[in-house]
Design a protein. Structure first.
Ligand code: SF4
Length: 329
């Protein structure tokens, strides 16, 4: 189902010549991580650890564990490198799907009727199939655009939860977007950032989803959260401690703004979003997420208090308008 370029990994290990390696992978790839541990141990004689901590993205590198375990090389499996984070102590190893996308794209054709110019986006697991998907769409008479990312994604057409710039790049050229991949978090980000009709097709389940209703329900919930925050007095700012999530400037900016509006503010550093722990801060009325955008998009509904992104806080404070936050065309 997925392929890992073990030869590339071997070449990377030969280059770094580590004595001790820490492998990190998202849950779905845990078994691949064990197989890689066997390979490294057998072929190179290194001591190998496999992280059992949660891993949702390429930004969550386990530097603390690496330091405590005297690890020379972190191997992060499953996500593409984030520019600036692939230092000489980190080897990013992508895991690519080998699934044929022909069936998935053909299945999506019925929902794409009426749209001629299509923007294609995907996540790194399916990036190797993007040109095949493009060719199939073109056979159906579509004009296909694939955009260039500007921030954290590195491949044309690749999006992340925190970087939909590859879609924004071509938003003005296309009638609709087709996302190839699982889950609705990524295509929802595209729909919100571009305002264009967005459809998702999962190459594994062949399920096709129109994001229109997902987006409508999502915005209704976000708006309700903002309304709840308008009269709140006590705010907790979530400061992500993951290496690629910590944004102290943003924390200071929001802290300053909230204090200026007479609010009481607490800064809450955290590695992982845990609704139970946050619920224990009973006097805090609103949480402000400055870490991974997934928290406010997906996980905030696991807690019964508003969890707003900084731009939503600005709406609650009357500094920005709600209709400025998301594109709707
Ligand atoms: S911040 Fe969130 S969306 Fe961005 S890379 Fe990290 S885990 Fe993924």
């Amino acid at each position: 189902m997925f392929t890992v370029d073990y030869e590339k990994i071997s070449a990377g290990i030969e280059r770094y010549n580590p004595r001790c390696v820490l492998i990190q992978a998202p849950e779905g790839f845990s078994e691949y991580a064990l197989k890689l541990a066997d390979l490294i141990r057998d072929r190179f004689g290194c001591r190998v650890y496999v992280s059992a901590d949660p891993c949702f993205g390429a930004c969550m590198l386990p530097y603390d564990a690496a330091r405590k375990l005297s690890v020379d090389l972190i191997i992060h499996m499953g996500h593409a490198a984030i520019p600036g984070m692939d230092s000489n102590r980190v080897l990013y190893v992508e895991v690519r799907s080998d699934l044929d996308v022909k069936q998935a794209v053909s299945k999506a054709m019925s929902i794409l009727k009426g749209y001629r110019k299509i923007g294609l986006v995907t996540i790194v697991q399916h990036i190797g199939k993007l040109m095949e998907a493009k060719r199939i769409l073109e056979e159906y008479g579509k004009i296909v655009y694939i955009g260039k990312p500007r921030f954290r994604a590195i491949y044309e057409g690749q999006i992340l939860g925190c970087d939909t710039s590859a879609a924004e790049d071509i938003a003005d050229d296309v009638d609709a977007f087709l996302y190839i991949g699982g889950g609705l978090f990524h295509p929802l980000g595209v729909a919100l950032a571009t305002g264009k009709p967005t459809f998702a097709v999962d190459p594994f389940t062949l399920q096709v989803t129109d994001l229109k209703d997902v987006k409508r329900r999502f915005l209704a919930k976000r708006y309700a959260s903002i309304v709840k925050a308008v009269d709140a007095r006590i705010f907790g700012i979530l400061l992500g401690l993951q290496p690629g999530q910590m944004d102290l400037d943003k924390v200071r900016e929001i802290e300053y703004l909230l204090r200026e509006h007479g609010k009481t503010v607490y800064i809450l550093p955290m590695h992982i979003f845990d609704p139970d722990i946050l619920s224990s801060f009973r006097s805090i009325e609103v949480f402000v997420n400055t870490a991974c955008p997934r928290l406010a998009l997906e996980d905030s509904f696991r807690i019964d208090k508003p969890v707003l992104n900084p731009s939503e806080v600005m709406v609650a404070l009357g500094v920005r308008r709600w209709d400025e936050l998301f594109r709707d065309t």
